[in-house]
Design a protein around this ligand. Structure first.
Ligand code: SR1
Ligand code: MG
Length: 407
C-alpha cells in the first residue's frame, strides 16, 4: 500500500529536521503552507532563530484549482523534480537547487527563494527587470538546445524522453489551450460582457485551422525537453537575478512552446497596462518597456541558441548550409502562434491571469480582455508567415485597439 498522504505542517517540520545538514541542531522551525497555484501544496519551513529555510512542494492527487473531481497523477512530482535537476545542471544560476525528494510521497525539497518576487506580480506593480530577457533567453536556449537532437546524443535523448512521459499534464494543455477556447466547454470561464468574443472564437474556422496546426505540433513534435508552463507565474525575479520554477508540465515538445509562453505572458501584461498605469506617460513607458523586453527575450534566445549550435552541434546533417537559419525561423513562427494561443486561453479558458483579472475598473478590465484577444488572434492567424520579431511587434501594435468601452 502506498504511504502517500498530504503532509501536515508538523510533518513538514519533522521532514525538514531529518534532512542532513539543512538546519543546525539548535534551529527552531516553523512552517506555513503557502501554495497559491492551481495544483500543489507548498510548505515554507523557516528557522525562527537562524537564517535557514527551505521549500517543500508536494503534489496532491487531483487539480487543486478544480477539486477531487479532476484526478491527476502524482508522477508529476517526479517529472518536476527530474526537470528541475536537468535544468539546474544546464543553468545552475537560473534554477533552484533540489535538496531532497520522495517519489512515493510526491514531494521535492528545494532552495527557498523568498527574497524573490513572482514575475507576474512584479510586472503588475510596474517594476523593471533589466536582466530578465538575457537570463530567460539563456535559460531557454540552453535547456532547449542541449536536450534536443542538436545538442544531445540522439539515443540518449530518447531514453531521457522516456522519463518525461507526462500524459495528465499534457492533456491539461491540450484541452485548456488548444481546444476549449474554440468550443462550448464546461471548463471555459469568462464574463457575460465578452460573450461576443467567445462566440467569435467558436465560429472562426480560419482561426481553428491555425490552432489545429499548432495543436498538432504540440502533440507530435518532440523537439526538446520543455519547461511546459513557462508563464510569468513560473518565474521568480529580482532586478539582478532570475529563477525558473514549477516545471511539472515538462515533456518533449516543440521549442516554440516555451518561447511563446514567455512572450505571450509579457504581452498579456502589455494588454493590461491601460488598467494599471496611472497616467499617459507611465502607460507609454511601460508599454514600450514590455515590447522591448519581449523583443530582447527573442534576441537573447536566438543569439545563445546559434552560439551553442556553432560550438556544440552533435548532428552532422544539421551542419548543412542554411539549415540553422531554417530551424531558428521555424521556432520564431511557432513561438508567435503559441504565444497567441496562450493569450486567448487566459481570457476565455479555465485559468486566468492576475494581470487582467485583478484590474479594478470593469471597463478597463474588459478593454484589456478584448485587447489580449485581438493580439492573440492576430498572432495565431499570421504565425506561419512571420519572419522577424519586428513583424510580431507590428501585429501586436495593429491589434491593440483601446478604449472600446468608455472608461
Ligand atoms: C488545471 S491547471 C490550470 C493551469 O495552471 C497551470 O499553471 C497551467 O498553465 C495550467 O494550464
Ligand atoms: Mg505551475
Amino acid at each position: 500500500m502506498s504511504a502517500y498522504h498530504p503532509l501536515t505542517a508538523e510533518e513538514a517540520i519533522q521532514l525538514a529536521k531529518s534532512l542532513p545538514g539543512r538546519f543546525p541542531d539548535h534551529a527552531e522551525l516553523q512552517c506555513r503552507e503557502i501554495g497559491d497555484g492551481n495544483l500543489n501544496l507548498v510548505f515554507h519551513v523557516t528557522a525562527t532563530n537562524t537564517a535557514d529555510s527551505i521549500i517543500i512542494k508536494q503534489a496532491v492527487p487531483y487539480a487543486k484549482v478544480v477539486g477531487e473531481s479532476w484526478p491527476l497523477s502524482l508522477d508529476r512530482a517526479r517529472i518536476e523534480r527530474v526537470a528541475l535537476e536537468t535544468q539546474h545542471s544546464l543553468c545552475p544560476n537560473l534554477v533552484p537547487k533540489v535538496y531532497s525528494y520522495s517519489d512515493e510521497l510526491a514531494y521535492t525539497v528545494m532552495e527557498d527563494l523568498s527574497e524573490y518576487t513572482i514575475m507576474r506580480k512584479g510586472l503588475i506593480e510596474g517594476n523593471a527587470y533589466p536582466e530578465f530577457a538575457a537570463h530567460i533567453g539563456e535559460f531557454m536556449a540552453r535547456t532547449l538546445f542541449y536536450t534536443s537532437d542538436l545538442g544531445m546524443n540522439q539515443q540518449e535523448k530518447k531514453v531521457l524522453a522516456g522519463r518525461f512521459v507526462n500524459p495528465d499534464l499534457c492533456k491539461i494543455t491540450e484541452d485548456l489551450i488548444f481546444e476549449d477556447p474554440y468550443r462550448q466547454s464546461a471548463n471555459n470561464n469568462y464574463p457575460d460582457n465578452i460573450e461576443d468574443e467567445a462566440e467569435a472564437l467558436r465560429s472562426d474556422a480560419a482561426l481553428h485551422f491555425e490552432v489545429a496546426l499548432l495543436r498538432h505540433q504540440f502533440l507530435t513534435h518532440g523537439q526538446a525537453l520543455l519547461h511546459g508552463d513557462l508563464h510569468t507565474g513560473s518565474i521568480f525575479v529580482t532586478p539582478e537575478s532570475t529563477k525558473v520554477i514549477d516545471p511539472e508540465f515538462a515533456f518533449f515538445g516543440p521549442m516554440g512552446f516555451d518561447v511563446g509562453a514567455v512572450i505571450g505572458n509579457l504581452l498579456l501584461n502589455y494588454a493590461a497596462q491601460p488598467g494599471w498605469s496611472k497616467d499617459a506617460q507611465t502607460l507609454a513607458e511601460r508599454e514600450s518597456r514590455l515590447l522591448q523586453m519581449a523583443a530582447d527575450v527573442w534576441t537573447h534566445f536566438e543569439r545563445n541558441f546559434r552560439m551553442f549550435w556553432n560550438d556544440d552541434l552533435l548532428d552532422e546533417m544539421a551542419r548543412t548550409p542554411g539549415y540553422q537559419d531554417h530551424y531558428v525561423a521555424q521556432i520564431l513562427k511557432d513561438a508567435a502562434g503559441f504565444a497567441g494561443c496562450k493569450m486567448i486561453r487566459r481570457i476565455v479558458g479555465l485559468s486566468h491571469v492576475a494581470d487582467i483579472d485583478t484590474i479594478d475598473s470593469d471597463s478597463a478590465r474588459e478593454n484589456a480582455q478584448r485587447r489580449a484577444l485581438a493580439i492573440g488572434k492576430n498572432l495565431v492567424r499570421h504565425h506561419r508567415h512571420i519572419q522577424s520579431f519586428e513583424e510580431i511587434l507590428s501585429l501586436v501594435k495593429e491589434s491593440s485597439i483601446r478604449n472600446e468601452v468608455s472608461q
